[in-house]
Design a protein around this ligand. Structure first.
Ligand code: SAH
Ligand code: SF4
Length: 349
């Protein structure tokens, strides 16, 4: 079968073989066709609406040493911060007042917030009637359970790559098994569970990427975030080439066809490499979520997973309006629903 036929198979049945995925990834001649199929599928399943979710980067302290990340513990150049719990709750309140239906709390992986503090933050935010997504890294079942009981209902933890050798190489002291254990725990606990990929890490190839996509399909995630790897200063991968926006968007489009009713963000890393068109292209190729950072500017500059990380130097309300306008310009609008993926709602029925 040709890659065109594999795309058609994916579009019609939402599945294909590993070989089919690999062919689509490799072949550059049918990309526009693929993007259009993904756009049609997204519009069919999520109307003309895009979820805006407010991201607060609550701490850049991290005990891990992921090879690609500017926040890795071994990077001594970073000024580390932690936002005080009351301030986090106040930022969330402002976001809720402006109209955000979901607050996303992200940080490096550490226990700088005790579990009691985290639960206090979650209970405080929950009072504003919003949904809460966490992206705090690997935790124990008991911790995930406590956060859930305190009000968190979604969790993002990217698998990054499913290739055992590459995973080990880029994540010293960590394991693919534990990553998968975390994702399984989150699902068991009833979280709306999200994962995703870092695209363009050294020594990946279409065969590995096809397996990564199959993993996302088999795990049946509710959300999938895919972004290009951007080389970060003071990391072991600082001199590498990095991933391309094109490949990230291609994988987003394939993911939309594999999992038609999930939530897929147009990621910040895409916008960072291509500030003018990146997010628009992703939104026209299957993405249906934007997560603008609303973290106060003094912290934004310090939350550098990678250099020149895109953010808008404006207040929470201006940021909302900017994205509202961007969506209008491509024939979409901000969703006023709570931001659950359709996949998740159907699973509950
Ligand atoms: N510590 C948590 C959450 C923060 S990192 C965690 O690791 O899950 C969030 C995401 O940032 C990671 O999943 C990774 O895919 C992405 N990231 C880290 N460094 C990056 C880089 N150099 N370029 C692009 N994305 C990066
Ligand atoms: Fe820490 Fe997450 Fe960066 Fe890894 S990717 S070093 S866990 S912040």
């Amino acid at each position: 079968m040709s890659s065109l036929e594999f795309i058609n198979e994916l579009y019609n049945t939402h599945t294909t073989s590993l070989k089919g995925l690999e062919e689509i990834i490799k072949d550059e001649s049918n990309c526009d066709y693929l993007f259009e199929a993904a756009d049609k599928t997204r519009r069919k399943y999520s109307k003309q609406e895009v979820h805006l979710k407010a991201l607060i980067e609550i701490s850049n302290i991290c005990t891990k040493t992921c090879f690609y990340c500017g926040l890795r513990q071994a990077n001594k150049v970073v000024n580390r911060y932690k936002i005080e719990p009351d301030d986090i709750i106040n930022y969330a309140k402002e976001a809720a007042q402006v109209g955000y239906k979901t607050i996303v709390l992200q940080s490096g992986e550490s226990n700088i917030f005790s579990d009691d503090d985290m639960c206090k933050i979650l209970r405080g935010i929950k009072k504003f009637g919003v949904q809460i997504t966490l992206s705090l890294g690997e935790k124990s079942f008991e911790q995930y359970k406590a956060y859930k009981e305190a009000g968190a209902n979604r969790y993002l933890l990217r698998i990054e790559t499913t290739d055992e050798k590459l995973y080990k190489r880029f994540h010293p002291g960590m394991s693919l098994d534990n990553r998968i254990r975390c994702l399984q725990d989150l699902k068991t606990l009833g979280y709306e569970t999200g994962s995703g990929l870092l695209v363009g890490l050294p020594d990946t190839n279409p065969e590995i990427l096809a397996k990564d996509l199959m993993f996302l399909k088999k795990f049946d995630f509710d959300m999938v975030g895919i972004g290009p790897f951007i080389p970060a200063d003071n990391t072991p991968l600082s001199n590498e080439k990095g991933g391309s926006v094109h490949m990230a968007i291609k994988l987003i489009a394939i993911t939309r066809l594999l999992l038609p009713n999930i939530n897929i963000p147009a990621t910040t890393a895409i916008e960072t490499i291509d500030p003018n068109e990146g997010r628009k292209k992703a939104l026209k190729s299957g993405a249906n979520v934007i997560m603008p950072s609303i973290t106060n500017g003094k912290y934004q500059d310090l939350y550098r997973l990678y250099p020149k990380k895109f953010y808008i130097k404006s207040d929470v309300s201006e940021t909302y309006t900017k994205f509202d306008n961007l969506l209008f310009s491509i024939g979409d609008k901000v969703s006023l629903e709570n931001g659950d993926s359709m996949r998740f709602n159907q699973r509950l029925k």
